[in-house]
Design a protein around this ligand. Structure first.
Ligand SMILES: NC(=O)c1ccc[n+]([C@@H]2O[C@H](COP(=O)([O-])OP(=O)(O)OC[C@H]3O[C@@H](n4cnc5c(N)ncnc54)[C@H](O)[C@@H]3O)[C@@H](O)[C@H]2O)c1
Length: 353
């Protein structure tokens, strides 16, 4: 593929961040948009300055366009499997937003179908492309903290005063497991935190979760506070905490949330101090070792950068034929991790991943 022609299936809230790299990268071009609500797709086309874009309200129509090489699937979770299978059958390369599916059985169907159709397939997991996470991984891989022993992850949501508007419809399908597969904090957003844990430590073998519930001012529910702990092979452990602080100022232009990660090794500690948003002017990455604090401030930050790099990675992979992340198998591992946390909370005991 030379210049990759992209079609979006779903032009909801998150599509704005997907469009950024496709619009600025000379090796890609958005040629078609599909949304069940075509006036939303029209509005996106206008906002993104796309003059020659075809708009449909049915993804079968978009998949029939020869002019589309790659489809970016940005649908509610319960629609991921069918849309991806249809795209493979149409011979398109696919980038599918996380989580790949609601069940491991469907995940297997996707992996098999992509392989049988011989089409490129990856699951979009932007957090492992977020420059502070990339820097932290580089430090860990270089041995800056010795051998990693534990990882702590924290999702901290707060005041929405400067956050973007999330349409009611985008909140509605996330309420209840039927369409979303699990709660908005632990399963949906949690996918990113399980992916980070997996990225640094490998696959966990056992998970225990307490998942609470909080009613939000708009009447929706969050699966928060939550406390999830996991054990990795080799006497290594981790945890993931979710907490909503209603009056905590989060500096953000997207979701009112920030994330923190801390990895402790035999010789030091590496910390990622800002994720989604920002709580204050802290160094995005810091290293503690040998009695010294080293701050890494000269890094690209802002949640948008994770989308830009994640999209660029796939454009480059499609052009060079290199493997892209997350592969179907990698995404299945992360899904298995997230599903195990949901199951543990349900059954009230630790479960195998
Ligand atoms: N990576 C991240 O950080 C991140 C952040 C937010 C959302 N997401 C993911 O992006 C995906 C979409 O989330 P969102 O927040 O944009 O949701 P959304 O509800 O805002 O957008 C979904 C869009 O799909 C459209 N749609 C529904 N059924 C359709 C169909 N059959 N055919 C065509 N269009 C249809 C809806 O009209 C809507 O515009 C989800 O997988 C979500 O987990 C990822």
């Amino acid at each position: 593929m030379d210049r990759i022609r992209v079609g979006f299936i779903g032009t909801g809230r998150i599509s704005d961040l997907h469009a950024i790299e496709y619009r600025q990268n000379p090796n890609a071009e958005i040629v078609a948009l599909c949304d069940a609500n075509p006036s939303l797709a029209e509005a996106r086309a206008q906002a993104w300055g796309l003059d020659n874009v075809t708009i449909t309200d049915t993804y079968a129509d978009l998949l029939a366009f020869e002019s589309v090489d790659l489809v970016d699937i940005l649908l509610p979770h319960h629609l991921h499997a069918d849309a991806a299978l249809a795209a493979f059958a149409a011979g398109k390369a696919v980038s599918l937003q996380k989580p790949m599916t609601l069940t491991l059985e469907d995940a297997d169907r996707l992996i098999d179908a992509a392989r049988a159709a011989k089409v490129p397939f990856r699951v979009f997991e932007n957090f492992i492309f977020y420059p502070p996470i990339v820097k932290a991984k580089q430090l860990v891989d270089e041995g800056a903290i010795g051998a990693p022993i534990t990882i702590r992850l924290k999702s901290n949501s707060g005041s929405r005063k400067t956050a973007w508007t999330v349409p009611d419809a985008a909140r509605a399908w996330r309420q209840g497991p039927g369409k979303a597969g699990g709660g908005p904090s632990v399963f949906d957003d949690g996918h990113h935190k399980f992916a980070i844990a997996w990225h640094f430590m490998g696959q966990a073998e056992k998970v225990h979760a307490w998942i609470g519930e909080t009613e939000m001012p708009d009447g929706s529910f969050r699966d928060s506070p939550a406390m999830i702990s996991f054990r990795f092979p080799g006497n290594r452990y981790g945890n993931f905490e979710v907490v909503h602080s209603p009056d905590l100022t989060v500096l953000t232009e997207q979701y009112a949330q920030d994330d923190r990660v801390e990895i402790t090794g035999t010789e030091g500690v590496v910390m990622v101090n800002r994720g989604h948003g920002q709580l204050a002017d802290v160094a995005p990455v810091a290293l503690l070792r040998d009695g010294q604090l080293t701050e890494f401030r000269d890094l690209e930050t802002g949640w948008v950068t994770s989308f830009v790099h994640c999209a660029r990675h796939y454009i480059d992979a499609l052009r060079t034929g290199a493997p892209a992340r997350l592969s179907g198998e990698e995404a299945r591992d992360v899904l298995r991790f997230a599903l195990a946390a949901e199951e543990s909370a349900r059954v009230g005991q630790a479960v195998d991943v």
